[in-house]
Design a protein around this ligand. Structure first.
Ligand code: AMP
Length: 266
């Protein structure tokens, strides 16, 4: 597996794929890999001739009070895992490679509810880095997780709005056996907090069951949020799918999750 640190290096490595007319898959990540990331790598591996994974803790999507400094980082372990999964190129640039001095151009999606309201500028950072990665790597397909469903929806919208030439795949959320969605931020949780965090997937499941019975999913999920105070519980209409999404803080850790109410995410 090639590890590229610069735009020039990753372009050169990805360019040989183009010459060979290979189908190129890109999986954008912030590292601290878990089985959720692995399922994206496998989806890309199954469909593409070459797989590029980007590993970049994107400062532009963190607010000043958020966890950029303490976000889990373990590049050596991540590189081993990616190599074991058959990733061809790991693009792990330093921050100033993507945001050099004098960087002034942003992609700013409009009208982003839920996470977009609670984290102003978050999706501006996400959209900007994704457009940069798409321009740099020029993948045929990009892979995103249902776990961050709003992010996937925003990327779908920007591909359409900016006439980008790539396909998007959304891969189902991978969960621990007890239902907690895998997340790099789960490492912040103490044993007690991890138990309390289970309220989030349980409340969403209660909402989904209520919806299937014709009741209000938001009210049902809110009623099941015992012990945690959700930031929001909202139905998101993502075009081909309707989701019930929520965010909640467990101690210092903010977790998000969602379930599909109807439709398909792909
Ligand atoms: P991150 O490194 O957290 O930015 O995530 C990189 C990609 O992995 C994003 O598209 C996420 O939606 C996806 N992802 C994160 N957690 C999971 C999960 N539990 N199941 C499936 N995909 C996930």
């Amino acid at each position: 597996m090639k590890i590229a640190r610069t735009v020039a290096e990753v372009r050169q490595a990805a360019d040989c794929c183009k010459v060979e007319k290979a189908r190129l898959g890109l999986v954008p990540t912030m590292g601290a890999f878990h089985d959720g990331h692995v399922s994206l790598f496998r989806a890309a591996r199954a469909e593409c001739d070459k797989v590029v994974v980007s590993l970049f803790v994107n400062p532009a999507q963190f607010a000043p009070h958020e966890d950029l400094a303490r976000y889990p980082r373990d590049e050596t372990r991540d590189a081993e895992l990616a190599e074991d999964e058959g990733v061809d190129i790991l693009f792990a640039p330093p921050a100033d490679e993507l945001y050099p001095t004098g960087f002034h151009t942003w992609v700013d999606p409009e009208g982003t509810g839920a996470e977009g309201v609670r984290r102003p500028d978050h999706f501006r950072g996400v959209a900007t880095v994704c457009v940069k990665l798409f321009n740099i790597v020029q993948p045929d397909v990009a892979y995103f997780g249902q776990k961050d469903a709003q992010q996937a929806a925003i990327v779908r919208q920007l591909i359409r709005d900016l006439n980008l030439e790539l396909e998007l795949r959304v891969v189902l959320t991978v969960r621990d056996p007890d239902g907690l969605a895998l997340s790099s931020r789960n490492t912040y949780l103490s044993a007690d907090e991890r138990l309390r965090a289970l309220t989030l997937p349980r409340a969403l499941r209660a909402g989904r069951e209520a919806y299937a019975d014709g009741a209000d999913p938001v009210a049902a999920a809110r009623a099941a949020f015992n012990g945690l105070d959700p930031d929001y519980v909202e139905v998101l209409d993502l075009g081909n799918a309707k989701l019930l999404a929520a965010a909640a803080r467990v101690g210092e850790t903010r977790l998000i999750d969602n379930v599909v109410l109807e439709g398909e995410l792909t």
